[in-house]
Design a binder for this molecule. Sequence first.
Ligand SMILES: O=C(O)c1cc(=O)[nH]c(=O)n1[C@@H]1O[C@H](COP(=O)(O)O)[C@@H](O)[C@H]1O
Length: 235
Amino acid sequence: MAATESPLIIALDYPDLSQALALADALDPARCRVKIGKELFTRTGPAAIDAMHQRGFEVFLDLKFHDIPNTVAGAVEAAADRGVWMVNVHASGGRRMMEASAERLVKRGLKTHLIAVTVLTSMSDDELHETGVSGNALAQVERLARLTQQSGLDGVVCSARESASIRELCGGAFLKVTPGIRPPMADQGDQRRVMTPEAAMSAGSTHLVIGRAITRAADPMAALADIERSLSDRA
Ligand SMILES: O=C(O)c1cc(=O)[nH]c(=O)n1[C@@H]1O[C@H](COP(=O)(O)O)[C@@H](O)[C@H]1O
């Protein structure tokens, strides 16, 4: 399978496999990775993963596991056995849950990247307070990133607004996978902590998750090319 140097991960948030395949067939695995999330996976099951692997894409399976340690470790192992490049859990599942998952991969010699979601990019500080968290999003992301690193995982999902702080706290090699990416003038939609692609890379994000800015664009390939251009202009 062709590994790519690109930081771009395209979120295939579609209700059926044919729409996901239509975009995948226009994309080039040398230029991006793809993400399969809850909607597509619940519709298609592992068939979507297999179809992307057949096309040469590395796959981020985004099912955000959040359960007791034994259950999540088993789910992470199952994902890795499918050969996915990356899988995620919720950091708020706690240290033992994350350690059990990381240890399972090590024990089996599986190379899948394991990362943890800190605070969803759709949440504002006020919404976070409503869930009982007293600090702001940045403080909670920092706390959970530290816990994630101590638990032996490879990185976090956070917003690009927190990437610089997490780079300082956890180092450059610790993955900072950032959704909530919006090109200038793009509709924010349900996201709250957003950044442009070039600002996100400058802030220290290692990977950018991009969904609707490409999948809902009138011309998805032109939208992707614009984003790639904005990143190479920055370099
Ligand atoms: O884990 C994720 O990928 C994720 C975490 C997060 O905090 N926020 C977030 O938006 N995501 C995912 O990233 C994608 C963002 O999609 P767009 O907002 O359309 O670019 C969606 O597939 C979300 O499920």
